[in-house]
Design a protein around this ligand. Sequence first.
Ligand SMILES: [Zn+2]
Length: 46
Amino acid sequence: MNRKQSGLVIKVGIKSCPECKGEVHKDANICPHCRTQLSEHPKCQR
Ligand SMILES: [Zn+2]
């Protein structure tokens, strides 16, 4: 079975890379597509 969803699919935990517009996990620090560093500041725990 290959059910393909059409239209808007909001994926939780996924953000788009500002450089290549690829799908990147929200916790990812570096885009796996274009190697762009996504988070400018590392972990900032309070
Ligand atoms: Zn990218």
